[in-house]
Design a protein around this ligand. Structure first.
Ligand SMILES: *Cc1c(COP(=O)(O)O)cnc(C)c1O
Length: 356
């Protein structure tokens, strides 16, 4: 049975990417060897690193002031690597708390300096994106989380920022056009919209390397990755290769203009049904609704398990809300086709007919 994959992460990847990834495990780059058993210093793998970096520069439309780094440890390791590398002991860093992941980043930053939480939507269960706060000029940087994977809110406009702007884009990286040159450091765990778990992308403005002046272990210093082309040690070769295939797919699909258009259409289609259907209710303030993770709840408790069951029968999987939130979450990442959203909407309509 055809499965419609709405998992929040690790998440859906394009079928063509999976096919090529599978081939590479048997025979990589006509070497008659698996990608998994060759040197990361081979010219064939060097080509993967080069192409990945070039595609990111091209898709983000950023210049050589930025370095592209690949590392392990997940986005969660960036929660401490950012302050460790950027924040001096006697400085403060500014954060906006928009949910679980932002809170995680705040917690880790406190290990390295003072933290100003400029705004938080916690008192309202993270159902909106705070706006209208003042950004202190003397803060080392401002850290935002562009898309809140668990609560389903997303920045559709970023504040004008007079200090370096750092953004966790784990769950909406390459999902839309942005002026990426407004950001000074962007990071993303690959497993939501880019590739398999195991690699984290860091795009950093070179002038931020070694900013903190702190003595750091080699593997926790951005500079080491920058100096060695992310090959100080063995990089996560397979996740990087699959990420490169996804980047190629994005480019071949028409780049971020087309990807954004598709994502907007999918999200609007689903939100329209949530707003129309008497069995469901969206939880996030309309202007801040995420195009990537659509969070909604049943209007009667008894609908919850029944709806998940109805989804399963139609092949729609991964729709249970995060364990901390409940309800439902439909993740509509780049690789999810509109036809899958249409199947889900049909299930919702049918559900209303039978239950309401
Ligand atoms: C999933 C997620 C993380 C955590 O990523 P890991 O790679 O598992 O550490 C952090 N931030 C956001 C926005 C996420 O969606």
């Amino acid at each position: 049975m055809k499965k419609h994959n709405f998992y929040a992460g690790p998440a859906i990847l394009p079928q063509s990417v999976l096919n090529q990834a599978a081939d590479s495990i048997q025979n990589f780059s006509n070497m008659d060897l698996s990608l998994l058993e060759i040197s990361h210093r081979s010219k064939q793998f060097e080509a993967v690193m080069d192409e990945s970096r070039a595609l990111i520069h091209e898709l983000m439309d950023i210049n050589n002031d930025y370095d592209i780094l690949f590392m392990g440890g997940g986005a969660s390791s960036q929660f401490f690597m950012v302050p460790m590398n950027l924040l001096k002991d006697d400085e403060s860093a500014s954060y906006v708390n928009t949910g679980t992941w932002a809170s995680g980043a705040i917690k880790e930053a406190k290990l390295f300096g003072k933290v100003n939480v400029l705004a938080s939507s916690e008192e309202d269960h993270f159902t909106y994106i705070p706006k209208g706060y003042t950004i202190p000029q003397d803060s080392a940087y401002l850290h935002l989380t562009s898309n809140n994977t668990i609560y389903g809110s997303q920045y559709h406009e970023f504040p004008k920022c007079p200090i370096p702007l750092i953004c966790d884009m784990s769950s909406d990286i390459f999902s839309r056009r942005l002026d990426f040159s407004n950001f000074d450091l962007i990071y993303a765990g690959a497993q939501k919209n880019l590739g398999p778990a195991g690699v984290t992308l860091v795009v950093i403005k070179k002038n931020l390397l070694e900013r903190s002046g702190r003595k750091l272990p080699t593997m926790l210093n951005y500079k080491s990755y920058s100096d060695k082309g992310s090959m100080y040690n063995t990089p996560p070769v397979f996740p990087i290769y699959v990420t490169m295939l996804t980047l190629r797919w994005i480019k071949e699909s028409g780049g971020l203009i087309k990807i954004e258009e598709r994502n907007r259409i999918k999200a609007e289609y689903l939100y329209q049904e949530i707003d129309r259907n008497s069995c469901f209710r969206g939880t996030v303030a309309h202007p801040d609704r995420s195009w990537m993770n659509v969070v909604f709840v049943p209007t009667k408790e008894e609908y919850e398990s029944r709806f998940i069951e109805a989804c399963k029968e139609a092949g729609c999987v991964g729709l249970a809300g995060h364990r901390s939130v409940g309800g439902f979450r439909a993740s509509l990442y780049n690789a999810l086709d509109l036809s899958s959203v249409q199947v889900l909407v049909e299930v919702m309509k049918e559900f209303e007919k039978r239950n309401a």
